[in-house]
Design a protein around this ligand. Structure first.
Ligand code: NAP
Length: 328
């Protein structure tokens, strides 16, 4: 039985990847941070909490990273941990550089010293590409437009460096946006479905959004974690773009979600708020994943429409169950 260690177990991708690896028969270890509140909702909802060995570690703290590696004796290490919200990176640029950028180096260096034969996956991001037009692939240049994108560029290059200099089997998945009912509620897709459900169940009357004209290549997180695993099963380490090849605007997502929620015209309850727009944004991101499709045999399965429908249904169900609890 193989051992896998996931940094960032408690996040959206950590939940899907741990479930995926458990189904493949892995012994799954995952790291979490100490918090004052419950941080395992996603694993609880997936019913995998008891099947995963949970280890306390923080990417700011090298000794906790090393002990996670020593405890888990991993065949495969997945670094999903990051300050992952682009918007927050403008307010907390130094923390973002430290965790999202340097944190990756701390993991790589701990691997080099303690477990150099472990295979390593780095969660790179389409935000590294920035704002020049065209469909992006593995050869496109990086011109990030946020502290988050810049930190991910550092993490990407340092992963490549450890592969070349120390022969670590290290791969970067350059993933375009991927969403699910487990997406954090600060991210625009979940902000939309979560707030629609709050309005439907009379917990709120309105909500605000920033740039609704931004276009992104949105896939389903459950499909994308399979690509992470496939990268580590290849003969040689490499980097791959993972995307759907379609882009849709925030406005399209909002319109479709409102339709699935049966709530009429979104203009009645959404306010456009310039104060939450980013100092610099990316107009459109769209990826070409043909290398992954050809070499890994991977392809996205869930359509954009089904993704939106699933997220709306999940959040409506969440509030419907609680409504029944309050009323019965
Ligand atoms: P997420 O839901 O925000 O999860 C991030 C994870 O990192 C959480 O488990 C979080 O723990 C952990 N973390 C944050 N700060 C940490 C620290 N100082 N030490 C240790 N762990 C820390 O993000 P996601 O959507 O699953 O994304 C997974 C990875 O892929 C991230 O690196 C993200 O930047 C990258 N990525 C995501 C997308 C996307 O569209 N989802 C696209 C490209 C790349 P807490 O639960 O305690 O906060």
């Amino acid at each position: 039985m193989k051992n896998a260690l996931i940094f960032g177990l408690t996040g959206q991708d950590g939940a899907y990847l741990s479930n995926f690896l458990l189904k493949k028969g892995y012994n799954v270890f995952g790291t979490f941070r100490r918090t004052s509140h419950k941080c395992f909702e996603r694993l609880d909802e997936m019913r995998t909490f008891d099947q995963v060995t949970r280890i306390k570690a923080d990417l700011a703290d090298p000794s906790s990273i090393q002990s996670a590696i020593r405890q888990s004796q991993p065949d495969e290490v997945y670094n999903l941990a990051a300050q992952s919200f682009v918007g927050a990176s403008f307010q907390q640029p130094i923390l973002t550089a430290d965790i999202t950028g340097l944190g990756t180096l701390r993991v790589l260096d701990a691997l080099k010293e303690n477990s150099p034969n472990s295979k390593f996956y780095q969660a790179s991001s389409s935000e590294m590409f920035g704002n020049y037009s065209g469909i992006k692939d593995e050869n496109s240049i990086f011109k990030p437009r946020s502290p988050y994108g810049a930190a991910k560029v550092f993490a990407h290059h340092i992963t490549n460096h450890y592969r070349e200099a120390y022969n670590i089997f290290a791969c970067c998945g350059i993933l375009f946006n991927h969403e699910s009912p487990f997406r954090g509620i600060e991210f625009v897709t979940r902000r939309i479905t979560w707030n629609l459900a709050r309005i439907k169940f009379k917990k709120a009357e309105k909500f605000n959004l920033g740039n609704i004209y931004a276009k992104r290549d949105w896939g389903f997180a459950g499909d994308f974690v399979e690509a992470m695993w496939l990268m580590l099963q290849q003969k040689y380490p490499d980097d791959y773009v993972i995307s759907t090849g379609e882009s849709h605007s925030v406005e399209e997502f909002l319109t479709l979600a409102t339709e699935y929620a049966g709530m009429g015209d979104w203009h009645d309850f959404v306010e456009i708020d310039k104060s939450i727009m980013r100092p610099t944004d990316i107009d459109e991101l769209i990826g070409n994943s043909s290398k992954a499709q050809k070499q890994l045999g991977w392809k996205p399965k869930m359509s954009f429409k089904d993704l939106v429908r699933n997220m709306v249904e999940h959040d409506m169900e969440y509030f419907r169950l609680r409504k029944d609890m309050f009323e019965n």
